[in-house]
Design a protein around this ligand. Sequence first.
Ligand code: UDP
Length: 481
Amino acid sequence: MAGTEEGGVGEASRMPHVVMVSFPAQGHLNPLLRFAKRVAAEGVLVTLCSTDHIARRMSAAASTPVAALADPTPVGRGFIRFEFFDDGIAPDDPARDNLDLLMAALRSTGPPALAALVRRQDVPVACIINNPFIPWVLDVAAELGLPSGVLWVQSAAVFSIYYHYRHALAAFPSEDEPDVTVQLPGLPPLRPEDLPTFLLPTSPYKILKNVILEQFGNLSSASWVFANTFEELEHEVIEATANRQVLIPIGPLTDPPPEEGGSKGNGRREVRADLFKAAEESIEWLGRHPPRSVVYVSVGSVVVLSEEEMEEMAWGLKQSGRPFLWVVRRDARERLPTGFAEAVAAEGIGLLVEWSPQERVLAHEAVACFLTHCGWNSTLEALTAGVPVVAYPQWGDQVPDAKMLVEACGVGVRLPAPAIRSEVQRCVKAVTDGETAEATRRRAAEWKEAAVKAEAEGGSTDRHIKAFVEEIRKLAAPATN
Ligand code: UDP
């Protein structure tokens, strides 16, 4: 095992060992790593796996050699290390950007490559956990005779929607009947425009629909189905779904700020799986602004707004009169209106960054609101930070997530699509100024409290994690005694 100089490796090799496998995307890696940290903290060795391409990106973002990622890093009473497998696409092959080709390559190369990775482990493996979009991991675990589990990285509501669709347990919109209201236990009636867009007959992303539904086809072989959610947020749907599939809520999976994370305090390396290098100046810049003054804008790691939307967003933010911190990824930069970046810098009205340390940004007192695409991680991070939102969902589960934030949680407003500048301005004002904004802020603070309680020692999430670790300890007992 690598990293013998750390001195803790002997100890790690006697711990129960969990292999976790992530689909190669930031929104999948983050919750799985956060889960890994909680499990490892209880005295477990976690080997977190993804593809070679992810290794190259993590290494570049962290300025760390790929080999160093294999070193077990102490986390609480346990350890985390990374291992990678081939995704079947050459490093510089643009095929990787084509979802259909990537999925097909992963599906043929992934299973044997992962099986070989598990077989060569130097510490006996107690179980394998994967996240969605790589449903074949459960089959690999079964082939190796190992127990398996899934970490569902979207809401329990969205889990229930896909589950009922896959097993034909409710009527859904179809090409013949597009205008169907879906009725599911524990959820309000769902209009077609409230559903994950992949399920709509008009969705162009057939591959994503298929790969998500495939997981529901072999889910019965999983010993555990965890969900990145918490009881206080989704207890009705979790309870209503339990007669079909028990969901173990172990969220909100968020990272503690580094100074409270323990590992940094001990002079140890913080374990991250960042695919982008975060602009550290974001925090310093926020520090120069008064409390609750800044609009934070991000559409996550995948969504790219159209040129028209970027233009409207840009002038809408400027017209809001508030300072803004806007994440414009490198692949979206050229869609900014001509001269906008220069005007922002010259007038000092905002900061444009390619990637932000989002959780630290949301925790900063200068942030007044979060204009978000409502990816599930961003949704939970906003709730956990107690920050009001302007919801601007684009596709997939972002749509029901936005509905949850605005209607069920009452922590913000929805920006109608396609965005126009006056609406951007109106929505920002609605969640930052006046009496309604005050009420929204109060509700956001209540959600923050509920999220913190779930995660705290003795809270629902904490209890579920400890119970899982107890189970794997028993599974690993012959090897550890
Ligand atoms: N994120 C970040 N910096 C950014 C934008 C996003 O660290 O500038 C993180 C964010 O905190 C979240 C993840 O990237 O954990 C994005 O996941 P999400 O589910 O919100 O959206 P996706 O990228 O999957 O669409």
